[in-house]
Design a protein around this ligand. Structure first.
Ligand code: OSB
Ligand code: MG
Length: 364
């Protein structure tokens, strides 16, 4: 297990703050000479979710590792359930669980996407554009990303940076597939204000209300024509079931880190498909390791909308992996071929970014 820090190519600002670098964990698992790797998407601070890199480190080392080291598993779908005694800590669990999926796919000699049940060779890429210093810079960012081929643009909003920002982008780019993400910055009292977004033909509004709310989202959805997509609120299969039962959203953002790994993500994917609810793959400013996992999961059939899965170079230059993940002019990304996640770490880049490292041997 390693804790790393990488500088971001550009700052990224959401309703919960601006970041200029990203701290995250890499978890590597070994079995019979094969290795699997995954990224823990918890951040240094508990502003998107309650977990941090330090809580994930603690829970992985003290509680998750003892439940899995030296224990036989027939299939990685058993791993999330084996951790059930530990409440919450989905990002910590996901790091181990996803590394186990990579390990299994490596041992099988198959691409992870195929092992997960996916069929696509390429996935559709979208971008998430943070809050900028001015509306002019926002419009310029949107135009740059459109020119690069991205198939949909998401802009971050918060009170004071919402309707006017959307109006400017719509004005400058008439036909761009556009959506907004509030990261829980509003309350139900803002319903009339949010309804002003209905005239801009948005694909969806992501997580307008509180991170653990479903009931108010349900009330808000009844007052909006724009579909609500939930991100933060969908932290488990049960939350997804409740959200659909309450009609709190019409679209679901899947992030395996938030849900506890690929296994629970497949369960939410299948649930949504049964309800005719589209899903798309979210992003957490991942390095190439997490990005490769996200691409493989995005090959499943109900990922019918472009995700927040973009080119490596928008985030880190250089990234930890070689070759980097690239977007074609048609706005698609090739699924890495080869076994497992299909990307290779550049050892000296990983070493240079490492702040802390821990090896946990299998107990006899
Ligand atoms: O809400 O989707 C989000 C980044 C960090 C935390 C939360 C979110 C995001 C993004 C960026 O929107 C997605 C990406 O490009 O990786
Ligand atoms: Mg979001």
């Amino acid at each position: 297990m390693r804790r790393l820090r990488l500088p971001l190519v550009r700052f990224f600002e959401t309703s919960f703050g601006r970041v200029t670098d990203r701290e995250f964990l890499l978890v590597t698992v070994h079995d019979n000479g094969a290795t699997g790797i995954a990224e823990c998407v918890a951040d240094a601070n508990p502003f998107y979710s309650a977990e941090t890199t330090r809580t994930a480190w603690h829970v992985l080392a003290e509680f998750i590792a003892p439940l899995v080291l030296g224990r036989p598993f027939d299939h990685p779908r058993e791993v999330f359930g084996a951790l059930a005694r530990i409440r919450g800590h989905h990002m910590a669990k996901a790091a181990l669980e996803m590394a186990a999926w990579d390990l299994f796919a490596q041992e099988e000699g198959r691409p992870l996407g195929a092992v997960l049940g996916g069929t696509r060779q390429r996935i559709e890429a979208g971008v998430s554009i943070g809050i900028q210093d001015s509306l002019e810079e926002l419009v310029e960012r949107v135009q740059v990303e459109r020119a690069a081929g991205y198939r949909r643009i998401k802009i971050k909003i918060r009170p004071g940076w919402d309707v006017a920002a959307v109006a400017r982008v719509r004005d400058a780019c008439d036909d761009v597939p556009l959506m907004v993400d509030a990261n829980a910055a509003y309350t139900l009292r803002d319903a009339d204000h949010l309804a002003a977004l209905d005239r801009y033909d948005l694909m969806m509004i992501e997580q307008p209300l509180d991170y653990d709310d479903l009931r108010d989202h349900s009330a808000l959805q009844r007052r909006l024509a724009t579909p609500i997509c939930l991100d933060e609120s969908i932290d488990s299969l049960r939350a997804a079931e409740d959200a659909l039962a309450l009609e709190a959203c019409r679209i679901i953002n899947i992030k395996p880190g938030r849900l506890g790994g690929h296994g629970p993500s497949l369960a939410v994917h299948d649930l949504a498909a049964r309800h005719d609810v589209p899903v798309w793959h979210g992003g957490m400013l991942e390095s190439g390791v997490g990005r490769a996992h996200n691409i493989h999961l995005s090959t499943l059939a109900n990922f019918t909308l472009p995700g927040d899965v973009a080119a490596s170079r928008r985030y880190y230059a250089p990234d930890l992996i070689d070759p980097e993940i690239d977007v074609a002019p048609d706005g698609t990304i090739a699924v890495p071929a080869g076994p497992g996640i299909g990307v290779h770490l550049v050892t000296d880049r990983v070493a240079a970014a490492t702040l802390e490292m821990l090896e946990l041997p299998t107990r006899p």
